[in-house]
Design a protein around this ligand. Sequence first.
Ligand SMILES: Cc1cc2nc3c(=O)[nH]c(=O)nc-3n(C[C@H](O)[C@H](O)[C@H](O)COP(=O)(O)O)c2cc1C
Length: 406
Amino acid sequence: MPSNGVQRREVHRHDRYLRMKPLNVADYRRLAKKRLPRGMFEYIDRGTEDEVGLRGIRNALDATKLCQNLLNDVSQPDTSTTVFGKKLPIPVIISPTAVAGLVWHDGEVHLARAAGSMGIPFCVATQSMTSMEDIAERAKGTDLWFQLYVFEDRSLTRDLLVRAKALGIRNLLFTADTPRSPKKEWNMRNGFGIPIKPSVAGGLDLLAHPRWSFSVMLRYILTTGMPTYAHYPPEYRTSITRASVWDNVKLARKLTWDDFAEVRRQWDGNLVLKGVLTPSDAGRALKLGADGIVVSCHGGRNMDCAPTAIDALPRIADAVDGRMTILADSGIRRGSDIAKYIATGADAVLIGRATLYGTATAGEKGARDVLEILREELDHCMAFTGQARLDDITADLIWKQTPAVG
Ligand SMILES: Cc1cc2nc3c(=O)[nH]c(=O)nc-3n(C[C@H](O)[C@H](O)[C@H](O)COP(=O)(O)O)c2cc1C
């Protein structure tokens, strides 16, 4: 058993090595943890209530095994696919994440540029710190999607759709799985939340993370001012340190299929329902004219007792039977996780935390590195499983445990 001193030296050596070359998403997660204030890191990283959902996602992905098929020509696996008529070099879209602009100065722009440099889309969140117009201007060439949270005041929601359309955005994710603010007990304890409330613990957290405090928060304060939700109309916009008093921009408490149908009438691009976990909801979305769904348990951040996306996916894919695009997310930390979602019935996946860890560590470069790592791991996974084309990855590839005899 090594002594504490030896253990500390080993951890230190490991950290120094990580600084030189992070090899995987977990390495980037550790670096993000060091750099971000604890409250913010936990806001991004953790789940809700007992975190059963968060653990379940990892367990379900780990329990999914892929078969190895030998002696196929996999000298150059083709990881590309087509989503809504657009060819993507890897089957990945960057997921909407509300606070990306706080993990790095102009984090959303960095993420969008990283996505663009990989030739994949970036989905702008309603609760982004940078507006879709700014991101489009500063990450030219990136295929932008938009994620919609419906406001209490539906006319403000309609305005967002008009703005997205004016920018040439074609793909809209309608998030439906967040009817309440989830119970994030880690954040209740560490005091982090939006609005960010001043506290002694919060102040000490900032002092303990000077690189973030200076290069992100202070930089905002000295340039554009305290960050705000950039898509909220100016008259309802409050800084992230003040509670919004406006009911109009609260997220709709009563959100129903009528709202989805209404957005379908207003939006002539591709409409994708995000947060689907049952075949019946998938069927209902299809009937109302959805072009796609995201099978998602919100990365274990919403309902702690929800089934995992990877477990829910096969029945949904069977029910949809190729009639609309199926995207999926939650828990992707390895290229093999992407292959597992594809094998289980997804056409492509969304990635939330993995690229946030990269952005929090090194901005655009960090996000781009994470995407490159995932691309390479997917390539490896295809080679090991003997699959030359992404389309060849089907349910046949999933290892079925033979029931014990006798
Ligand atoms: C910090 C953070 C903020 C998020 N904000 C939103 C959001 O505003 N809208 C939304 O539809 N999903 C949001 N999500 C969920 C992601 O879009 C995605 O479903 C989830 O992160 C996927 O799991 P993963 O992080 O394990 O990849 C957020 C996720 C994180 C980590």
